[in-house]
Design a protein around this ligand. Structure first.
Ligand SMILES: CC(C)(COP(=O)(O)OP(=O)(O)OC[C@H]1O[C@@H](n2cnc3c(N)ncnc32)[C@H](O)[C@@H]1OP(=O)(O)O)[C@@H](O)C(=O)NCCC(=O)NCCS
Length: 199
């Protein structure tokens, strides 16, 4: 199936991934009603991944509190749905397989990102970060910061590849992204998607 209903996202593209029963991963901003699906995604992360994501060991209850607290903040939560992006009268949205959370403060945003183990190394994380940059630029955000633990090879490789500046401390690694540069990367990828002939 070419990329079509029910997996069109308002961001206008699907990611070409082998998701169940359809052709891509649909992205949209998550809202409070998506809380349980976000919790399920975070709970499915291995303990080592949870540490890389939160720079701490978080149990299931803490993950639930983290998600409940998201809606009180000035934040953008960008989620990748494996199945319908929106619910309808007879179905809910598909499960969430990838998330980029961005807490905004002034002209900066702090990023927390995670991708389901089975969908990694296909560019989903990169796409989420670039998309976040494109969406936050019009909101006046200039810089995105992220924190992780030393040795997070996948995140550091992702960051280097899209121009992130990495500062390594003894206990923590801080990564800075320039929002303008992320937006350029996003638009290049969108253009490539649009120009690619339909399968
Ligand atoms: C970090 C994370 C979001 C990356 O997601 P992803 O969808 O795999 O990201 P991408 O596919 O866009 O890019 C990952 C890059 O790291 C590389 N990579 C992955 N695992 C690697 C490893 N063990 N060693 C070296 N490179 C690795 C990939 O090859 C890819 O580079 P490429 O584009 O040259 O192939 C994902 O691994 C994750 O959820 N980790 C747990 C949470 C976390 O660490 N969050 C970051 C801090 S908030």
């Amino acid at each position: 199936m070419p990329f079509g209903l029910p997996n069109i996202s308002w961001l206008g593209y699907p990611l070409s991934l082998p998701c169940a029963g359809h052709a891509g991963l649909g992205l949209r901003a998550a809202h409070r009603g998506d809380g349980p699906a976000l919790v399920s995604h975070l709970r499915a992360l291995e303990p080592a991944d949870r540490r890389m994501r939160f720079c701490a060991t978080l149990g299931d209850d803490a993950l639930e509190r983290h998600v409940s607290g998201l809606w009180a903040r000035r934040a953008l939560v960008l989620a990748g749905f494996d199945g319908p992006v929106w619910g309808g009268p007879l179905h809910g949205p598909g499960p969430i397989r990838a998330v980029a959370e961005l807490s905004i403060a002034g002209d900066e945003a702090e990023l927390g990102i995670s991708v389901d183990t089975g969908l990694r190394r296909r560019g989903v994380g990169t796409y989420l970060v670039q998309t976040a940059g494109a969406l936050l630029a019009p909101r006046g955000v200039r810089r995105i910061r992220a924190y992780t633990l030393p040795g997070n090879a996948s995140f550091l490789k992702l960051a280097h590849a899209i121009g992130g500046k990495v500062e390594t401390g003894p206990d923590e690694v801080e990564v800075h992204f320039d929002v303008g540069a992320l937006g350029v990367g996003y638009r290049r990828r969108r253009a490539a998607e649009l120009l690619r002939p339909a399968a």
